[in-house]
Design a protein around this ligand. Structure first.
Ligand code: NAP
Length: 267
């Protein structure tokens, strides 16, 4: 899909990968509807001519409001980027239920509601791109963040199912699976501190701008799945071929950085 002149509704635009996407999309001439919770962070990312809406995606009716305001402002919606997300680093057995549900609300149910709200417009136009920002953790479960992995796996399956449902309509769903991107994602997440070795080893980490460029290139090329960076495919393939070996390695990583601590209590 051509980016210049396209109307993009981008969630999680106030920080990290979303803020970087806003910059790359603007450079390519997109018309931007930007949303996030923080009014001040959104203001720092927005330019005159953008539509900027501070809103919490877990508020009932938020998705419908965002799509309605985008269409009222720009007259159409061409690209929906479901980027907002957060993680909980709790073990399955200890994860507080309200936090777990809130994470699924942001990572899965908000994208679902936005897709449902945007689809009638895209179907009527017979064109559109729906981008869901998943994670490599949605393909290979990471033991230090299992429920986040589950939420991103659900989003990946939603994207794949939707692609078949929308065949022939002109609307194209795309999944993005970032690896380690250098944002404040970990600081914003809840639960036990992630393993030090995982956080500290930045050899394979990429910048938010590199991830944003991969996303925008994927939209332009009509990609089905974008791994960012591309070596993520290697991990997925190794996991398919030798799941026990990969799981063993992940467990070693998890336990090699010393004791995990609860960020809230410090214990
Ligand atoms: N960083 C990584 O290594 C990595 C790896 C794989 C996948 N991802 C995925 O990439 C996406 C972006 O992550 P990031 O690294 O850029 O994280 P980030 O820097 O923490 O940014 C998260 C964004 O989501 C927004 N957000 C969070 N909860 C929200 C809510 N309830 N309602 C509305 N907006 C909400 C935040 O808005 P406010 O700041 O205004 O609250 C912020 O704009 C997420 O889906 C994440 O799961 C990240």
């Amino acid at each position: 899909m051509k980016i210049a002149g396209s109307v993009v509704l981008l969630t999680g635009a106030s920080d990290g990968i979303g803020a970087a996407c806003a910059g790359v999309l603007r450079e390519r001439g997109a018309k931007l509807a930007l949303t996030g919770r923080s009014q001040s962070k959104l203001a720092a990312v927005s330019n005159p001519g953008d539509l900027s809406i501070a809103a919490d995606l877990t508020t009932p009716g938020c998705a419908e409001m965002l799509v309605r305001r985008t269409v009222e402002f720009f007259g159409r919606i061409d690209i929906l980027i479901n980027n907002a997300g957060w993680g909980i680093y709790w073990p399955v057995a200890a994860s507080p239920e309200p936090e777990t549900r809130r994470m699924f609300d942001v990572n899965f149910f908000a994208p679902l509601a936005l897709i449902r709200a945007a689809l009638p417009h895209m179907r009527a136009q017979r064109s559109g791109t729906i981008v869901n920002i998943g994670s490599i953790a949605g393909s290979v479960a990471l033991p230090w963040i299992p429920l986040y992995s589950a939420s991103k796996s659900a989003l990946a399956m939603l994207t794949a199912g939707l692609r078949m449902e929308l065949a022939g309509t002109g609307v194209h769903p795309m999944l993005v699976a970032p690896g380690y991107v250098l944002t404040d994602f970990q600081a914003h997440s809840a639960g036990i501190a992630p393993p030090e070795r995982v956080v500290g080893d930045k050899r394979f980490a990429i910048s938010p701008s590199a991830c944003a460029r991969d996303i925008v290139r994927g939209i332009e090329h009509g990609s089905r799945v974008v791994m960012s960076p591309r070596w993520g495919w290697l991990l997925v393939a190794m996991h398919r071929l030798a799941p026990r070996a990969v799981e063993h390695h992940l467990l070693r990583l998890q336990h090699s950085g010393g004791r995990l601590t609860n960020r809230v209590t410090g214990n």
